[in-house]
Design a protein around this ligand. Structure first.
Ligand code: FES
Length: 576
């Protein structure tokens, strides 16, 4: 292959003829790289979130190998590097707490190294936004390979989905309807292959967000992790990133407000996770794109939920892929002028060109517009004296009969308080009550845990109650469901009105009117505010202190205040 005529960023390391160039190349040669790899060709960083502690990304070494094949084939030089990896199931206090650390790691690793373009290997929930945020601040040509979902869970003749079935089963056990032996058996029946959660949880949602933003090759979001087409996509992505470097197709050319509009509408159509709101707000902050909670409400409100996947519906990601995947959904949005077809994508074509005419093969899984799963999908953004900065409810996951509800608050001051009292037979609570959880927001937890979908009291579960209104400053897993009001801004630990709610207060929720109201006179709230003391951080110091000092509220995506914006990938000073 002829040598590239352009000079790339990596030439500031490998292209030097002096002592520094010797040092940069010599130590790399100990890995067996031949001379021509240092001839000025594009160097492609493969940003890998492989970790045995992040089981959803456990197959990423293999995916990286396929990306490398494509990079070599296109005349690039692939170099894989690890970054902080956060899995949802093991990391404490929450993977979200480490998302910004991961984004800092990604940004600084890219900027510090001889990299001209980046392939981002994303899978488990936070690994997608963490990598996108870091890469957006650097603004090199970048492309995403999602790791893909697990195969569908199969248990006792039924299909079961990651997360969603766990919440169902644990409530069945508590209600005395499922044995503990069956509960244990379900563990391995649910997680049958490599890949991330195969419900439309946060991982599947964020992969779909990447595709609808134009950051993956078409169709990449839904391919099962173990399907050979996942590996073919990785290979083709390796080829494409080299071309993107030659074309100087940077992230900022893809991540426009139009792309975010498409992603917000796609999120409504797939019945995506509320976590997407936080992550896309953070990404927009990095990409310097104006995006507000009101945009989410406005863009998503007219879009029906077409995708019939758990937790809102019946099917799983494997079914979704076979039915046509995200291109099938985007094509339907395009036909209805609900997709801005002119948005550019990483393959050099517009998103409209990529998806136009894609057929849907199973209309139960991807519903037509005249038979949607839900007429109005999307995320409802609530405002009122209880959430002056906004709060969210995922309409697709909520119960219709609770969308307008007035009830008596039962307040838990922390998740520990909730756990200690929820099953106390003396707790005064019934199905009309509104469960309120405080101090689980970005600063309060810290890290904004996924505890907003508090399990109902055992005594009500045994009566057959399956949903109640729940309000908190926390998040909830994308695999969860229920009439759950989340992301209340400002959070309780930051002095938001949520901190002032007391058991017995009356709360009004009206999703149609987008209203969340605490029916307590203003003078009484002022009185309570004077008595309020901010909670003390439980173990200040280290990263935790940095986090609490700098994390922004949910409406800003919980990014650190000092990380917003693009800082580019200027070449840092030499160190020897
Ligand atoms: Fe990793 Fe759900 S736990 S995607």
């Amino acid at each position: 292959m002829a040598k590239d005529e352009k000079t790339y960023r990596s030439a500031s390391w490998f292209g030097l003829g002096d002592r520094d160039g010797f040092i940069h190349r010599s130590w790399m040669r100990n890995q067996g790289y031949p001379d021509d790899l240092f001839d000025g060709r594009p160097v492609i960083g493969i940003c890998n979130t492989f970790s045995e502690l992040t089981p959803c990304n456990g197959h990423f070494r293999q995916i990286a190998d396929y990306v490398k094949r494509g990079v070599y084939e296109a005349g690039g030089f692939p170099l894989e590097f690890p970054v902080t990896s956060t899995g949802e199931t093991l990391v404490r206090p929450s993977a979200m707490f480490l998302r910004n650390l991961m984004a800092m790691d990604v940004e600084e690793s890219i900027r510090a190294n001889p990299i001209d373009g980046v392939v981002l290997l994303t899978g488990c929930d936070k690994t997608t936004p963490g990598l996108l945020m870091g890469a957006a601040s650097c603004d090199l040509p970048s492309i995403v390979v999602p790791g893909g979902p697990m195969l569908s869970g199969r248990f006792q003749g039924t299909t079961i989905g990651s997360g969603t079935s766990v919440w169902q089963f644990s409530e069945e056990v508590r209600a005395g309807k499922m044995s503990e032996a069956d509960f244990l058996e379900a563990e391995s029946c649910m997680s049958r292959s490599a890949g991330h959660c195969m419900t439309m949880g946060t991982a599947s949602t964020m992969a779909s967000m990447c595709e609808s933003l134009g950051l993956t090759l078409p169709g990449a979001a839904a391919i099962p992790a173990v399907d050979s087409r996942r590996y073919k996509t990785a290979w083709l992505t390796g080829r494409r990133i080299v071309e993107m470097v030659r074309e100087d197709l940077r992230l900022s050319k893809i991540l426009t407000r139009t792309a975010f509009e498409n992603a917000v509408r796609a999120n409504a159509a797939i019945g995506g996770s509320t976590n997407a709101v936080i992550h896309l707000m953070a990404l927009a902050g990095r990409a310097e794109v104006a995006l507000s909670l009101e945009d989410w409400d406005e863009w998503g409100r007219e879009v029906p939920t077409l995708v019939n996947l758990m937790p809102a519906g019946r099917f799983l990601m494997e079914d979704f892929y076979y039915a046509g995947g995200l291109p099938g959904v985007l094509a339907r949005l395009l036909e209805r002028n609900l997709l801005r077809g002119e948005a550019p994508t990483v393959n050099g074509r517009t998103i409209g060109e990529n998806v136009a005419g894609t057929r849907v093969w199973n209309e139960e899984v991807i519903r037509p517009f005249d038979k949607p799963l839900l007429a109005s999908g999307g995320i409802a953004v609530l405002k009122g004296n209880l959430a002056p900065g906004g709060a969210l409810v995922k309409v697709a996951a909520a119960s219709k009969n609770l969308m307008k509800h007035t009830g008596r608050a039962v307040v838990f001051s922390s998740i520990e308080d909730y756990k200690a009292r929820i099953d106390d037979p003396a707790l005064e609570i019934d199905e009309t009550s509104v469960m309120v959880l405080q101090n689980c927001g970005p600063k309060g937890y810290p890290g904004m845990a996924e505890v907003g979908n508090m399990a109902l009291p055992e005594k009500l579960l045994k009566k057959g109650v399956r949903d109640m209104v729940r309000i908190s400053d926390a998040r909830m897993s994308g695999t969860a469901y229920g009439t759950v009001v989340l992301h209340v801004v400002p959070e309780a630990a930051d002095g938001g009105p949520l901190a002032l709610v007391r058991t017995g207060d009356i709360i009004e929720l009206d999703v149609e009117a987008r209203r969340l109201h605490l029916d307590v006179p203003e003078e009484e709230l002022q009185h309570r505010r004077r008595q309020w003391q901010p909670p003390k951080p439980s173990f200040p110091g280290g990263y935790q202190e940095l986090y609490i000092r700098h994390v922004q509220q949910a409406d800003k995506g919980c990014d650190f205040d000092f990380l917003r914006g693009r800082r580019g990938a200027g070449v840092p000073k030499e160190n020897h």
